[in-house]
Design a protein around this ligand. Sequence first.
Ligand code: HEM
Length: 464
Amino acid sequence: MQISDTTGIDDLKASREPGSRFAAATACPGLLRKIVRNLIESWPDEVYDRRLVEVSRIGRRTFFVCDPALIRSLLVDQSGSIAREDFMIAALSPLLGRGILTSDGARWKAQRRTAAPIFRPDAIAAFVPAMHNAVERTAVRWSSRGEGPVDVLDEMMRTTFDIIGATTLPDEPSLDVAEFGRSLSTYLDSVGWKILMSMLKAPRWVPHPGSIRAARAARRLRGSIAGIVAGRRAEGRFGRDLLGLMMQASDPEGGPHSGSTGMSDEALADNLLTFVAAGHETTALAMAWTFRLLAEHPRVEMRLRAEIAAAGARPAPDDLPYARQVVMEAMRLYPPAPVMVRQAISDVRLGAITIPAGSSLHVPIYAIHRHRALWASPETFDPDRFAPGIQRDRYSYLPFGAGPQVCVGMGFAMAECIVILAGLLPRFRFETLSPSRPEARFKVTLRPHGGMPLKLSPRGAVVR
Ligand code: HEM
């Protein structure tokens, strides 16, 4: 594949004159295979040291925006000129409807305004005890199993699902949590195919591997949430869980998409499923990579355990600043959501370049976090990069995105990660089973290929 060999935006502009070195590339024969196997492999090497890179893929001009100032200009200053990519909406909307993650414009804005207060720091603090309880259940399960290899990704999926279940819908007698988790995984497993089919402009009815199973899973999940919402409405019961807060929330500015009386039942189902889908696997991945990195870096692990020990039983997330640094550094190397994709709905100006309407704009978070111009020794795991007082461009570190559509669950996710570390690290030792880390593969999220096998041993009695 030929890629622009520009070093900067001004060079890029100059080099687009006829006969210059700049050449937009067309898709090479292996590109589709790479997109399905691991999208990150299909990115040109230039995304790791250039500011803006253009390629042509599947007939569309695609721009990788890798420079913090350009990212800010795109996501903040020109947020009105971009929209979510159609292929992402097509892949996710059969499950998530038109909720916060799958809508744009007025519909998105009203839902975002309605949901934002649910994720305020005081609301998150109220969920922390339920998070500690869920982590305790994981610890009990692990203690009864004893020493041996485990797939820590699998385990973290269970734990984060337990946490999201315990905070969104606790004590819902009608909900079969295990079945819900299985259906969700079935649907999410098909998303890569759905993205590809949509990029290829295949009509929705064209089947792909797993399409029938995915459709059935989406129907089951939406049906079970709709039933719960209807049941609570009929009983006039809301509760203090996330669903209850959402049922009582209203858009402070009113509006046709949420209404001053709150979200419609359909919007509630869309957003509840969105929170579960967007919040459970991402956090599990952050933790799986964190445990692997800790197993490789005993000094970091010891310092972290000392901090946890000093904080006492069931600490508040804010009492563990080094734990926060560790999680942030793990998400720098392995951002669970490794790319943001948008389309230009009108011309976008990035420095000296005009990106024409209709182009695809990618912010390759994984590459920006390893960008050679932005990070010293980018491949090295060093939580002290995030020590207090160290200056960094806000737009060089984007695990939760940026701009108006920044992750609404960011505070919830960070609290969850820190509670998981605080609950498990003092009680269990994690050791690597092989010297090399699993390959990081793009499957919408950044998954370790083959899971995250680690040897787990209980450390012996720890007084909590
Ligand atoms: C470590 C865990 C998490 C990571 C790395 C993460 C990452 C992200 C990123 C990168 C975006 C922006 C996507 C884009 O602009 O294209 C996003 C959006 C979003 N996330 Fe998260 N997320 C995490 C956890 C959560 C949790 C726990 C929830 C909810 C409980 C959640 C709910 C959402 C929602 C609703 C959006 C859409 C926001 C909007 O468009 O206004 N996320 N997340």
